[in-house]
Design a protein around this ligand. Sequence first.
Ligand code: PRT
Ligand code: MG
Length: 217
Amino acid sequence: MSRQLTLALSKGRIFEETLPLLEAAGIKVTENPEKSRKLILPTTDPDVRVIIVRASDVPTYVQYGAADFGVAGKDVLLEHGGEGLYQPIDLNIAKCRLSVAVPAGFDYASAVRQGARLRVVTKYVKCASEHFAAKGVHVDLIKLYGSMELGPLVGLSDAIVDLVSTGSTLRANNLVEVEHILDISSRLVVNQAALKLKRERLQPILEAFEQASASQA
Ligand code: PRT
Ligand code: MG
């Protein structure tokens, strides 16, 4: 039985913020994905390698067992559905919130009160439609893959549903947050078969991640 473990990470904040957790498990990634074009990165542990994938593809690699475990935002997991994934730990990293934002000066509350039908751009169609359905707000959702903030500025939509961390992207585009949908952080996801078959190798890493992330909470 293979002792080799494959960890799926995305470049950028998730990679950066997972490094200290890996170090807590005694593992260092020996190449920098921002500099290297390699998609498979070795670590100081000969049994552990890291693959670099798109943030929204992490659950898919883990679901099919191409990676044994991975790190993905709650936003990505909610949109994916999380089938075939065991989600044991909230890592408390890459924190942000999913919010509704509108152009400054647009009276969202009274539009909603009057039962107006709003056009909303978002990458998070599932979360957004659940949110508006629960509030009884009528919306037409338009799926975008990026730069949601542009939607209202060019007349594509009345509002956006997007992730916000510092709020500076909204401010720079003259948008204001009007509803907080949910708090987001990244989770560890584990392939269910790997959890059984590679438990001996995985367990100490999961424990180190859990301890290190609890101290960050
Ligand atoms: O960039 P790419 O299209 O490849 O994929 P991605 O955007 O899904 O990846 P990445 O690395 O940007 O985000 C990975 C995960 O980080 C997300 O799934 C979230 O769980 C988490 N995260 C935390 C964020 C943010 N904070 C964040 N601020 N993801 C995106 N943003 C974006 C946001 O969409 C908006 O455009 O940053 C902008 C707002 O930031 P502020 O600081 O200006 O408010
Ligand atoms: Mg991004």
